[in-house]
Design a protein around this ligand. Structure first.
Ligand SMILES: *Cc1c(COP(=O)(O)O)cnc(C)c1O
Ligand code: SF4
Length: 411
């Protein structure tokens, strides 16, 4: 397709390198945009929710919009809501339309363009949705859709058919039916709570859900997918962390896409979880001209590992309505992995996942290091491109005789 940028080009003479040293903007942005907010208000997530920016008129008060963005807000109005917490808004670079925080929260005109082949339900979830709250696509795990609300509405959200609203917060009855479904399906050992953003639930409602799931004997682990540590870090209170810890093992899976989002506040939120015994993993989405560069993904991984958050998936952008302008070629993700594997800490290299359009589920990709596969040896190239030979063993029987004993042990 055309390579014309959908955002205005950066003003001339503003080489990206010259600004790279600027510290995270949360403090400066807050003073500039919300000078009247007291510390108590700013640090109160309910205040943040009440003061989220939701309309063009409000947005124009805080950010000088480009014509593309102004048109974007107007033309996407009927398609997907705008909502930006004051905290996340304070991170926006008012002078640069390619600011990653800005690109993730303010729509551009391109987003109003739905292209042939783009899907409202790109992952085919609705056909494996036996209950309003449940997506059951894989054999041993389910997605539990707890609500349709978020702290920020991401412009790349592929579940926008839900988060655009209208599918109101789950009723008590739907919540009960979701839990009953899991109770009646003993093969489900892993429940991933998502939505919407589960951390927008009150501590009380979240605890109700966690305790109901925890009471099901075959549920071995719970994961919570959330952008709150990124977009509303003040929500991560000691009380929340303590609640999660009570229902261990609970893994928090968060969603940082750019190192700019890893502010002191976000770091504190993640570390508070980890300090309370709640492991935190990150799923990033690869987005064109936002983070589609090995240097950026590597820096993101490094800053995450420093705050004890493990990179998990790097997602290829789904074929969702209005998201074409953010999609990268498959080859870009592979190139990024190739530039990381071997060159940096293995823990820093995420799995590159493609969630197949139409409901095929996730598959992962990695650069091909096998040069030749023979009966007696396999020839590889390493991360530097050098050739190495791995000799195959003579014996090939891989059955494990002790397993019969192990599986028959009394339990
Ligand atoms: C991604 C996903 C999961 C979890 O997949 P993992 O690979 O185990 O992280 C579960 N259910 C659905 C529907 C998903 O999209
Ligand atoms: S937080 Fe997640 S569910 Fe909510 S808008 Fe962003 S991507 Fe979508």
């Amino acid at each position: 397709m055309d390579s014309a940028p959908q955002r205005e080009e950066a003003p001339q003479g503003r080489a990206s390198g010259s600004r790279a040293v600027r510290p995270p903007a949360s403090e400066a942005g807050r003073r500039r945009l919300f000078p009247e907010a007291t510390d108590a208000e700013w640090n109160d997530w309910r205040w943040q929710q009440r003061h989220a920016v939701r309309s063009l008129a409000q947005l124009e008060r805080y950010v000088p919009l480009t014509p593309q963005e102004r048109a974007g807000v107007q033309e996407t109005a009927a398609l997907f809501r705008v909502g930006i917490s004051p905290y996340y808004l304070s991170l926006i670079d008012p002078e640069h339309p390619f600011c990653p925080v800005r690109m993730q929260s303010i729509p551009v005109q391109e987003e109003a363009r739905i292209r042939p082949g783009e899907l409202a339900d790109p992952l085919g979830e609705d056909k494996t949705r036996p209950e309003e709250a449940i997506v059951h696509k894989y054999p041993d795990r389910v997605l539990f859709l707890a609500l349709d609300t978020c702290s920020v509405y991401c412009r790349h959200c592929t579940r926008r058919r839900i988060t655009k609203g209208g599918e109101a917060e789950l009723s008590k009855d739907q919540m009960r039916r979701g839990i009953a479904y899991i109770r009646n399906h003993p093969e489900v050992r892993d429940v991933l709570i998502s939505g919407g953003d589960p951390f927008i639930l009150s501590d009380g409602r979240l605890e109700e859900l966690l305790s109901a799931l925890h009471d099901i004997p075959h549920v071995e682990m719970i994961r919570i997918g959330t952008r709150v540590p990124v977009c509303l870090p003040m929500r991560v209170t000691d009380a929340l962390a303590l609640t999660l810890r009570r229902y261990a093992p609970v893994y928090v899976v968060t969603h940082f896409n750019h190192p700019k989002e890893v502010t002191p506040e976000a770091s504190e939120a993640c570390q508070r979880l980890v300090d309370h015994g709640v492991p935190v993993e990150n799923q990033a989405v690869l987005m064109r001209r936002l983070n589609s560069d090995a240097r950026i993904i590597q820096e993101l991984s490094h800053v995450l590992l420093r705050i004890r958050v493990r990179p998990y998936y790097l997602h290829q952008m789904d074929v969702a309505q209005g998201c074409e302008h953010l999609r990268t070629p498959i080859s870009k993700g592979l190139e990024i992995l190739q530039q990381m594997r071997g060159h940096t800490t293995g823990l820093a290299v995420p799995h590159l996942a493609v969630d197949l359009p139409g409901g095929g589920g996730k598959v992962t990709l990695q650069p091909d290091y096998v040069v030749e596969r023979g009966e007696h040896e396999t020839v590889f190239r390493n991360y530097k491109g050098e050739r190495y030979v791995y000799p195959e063993p003579e014996e090939t029987d891989c059955s494990c005789p002790y397993d019969e004993v192990w599986r028959a042990r009394p339990r």
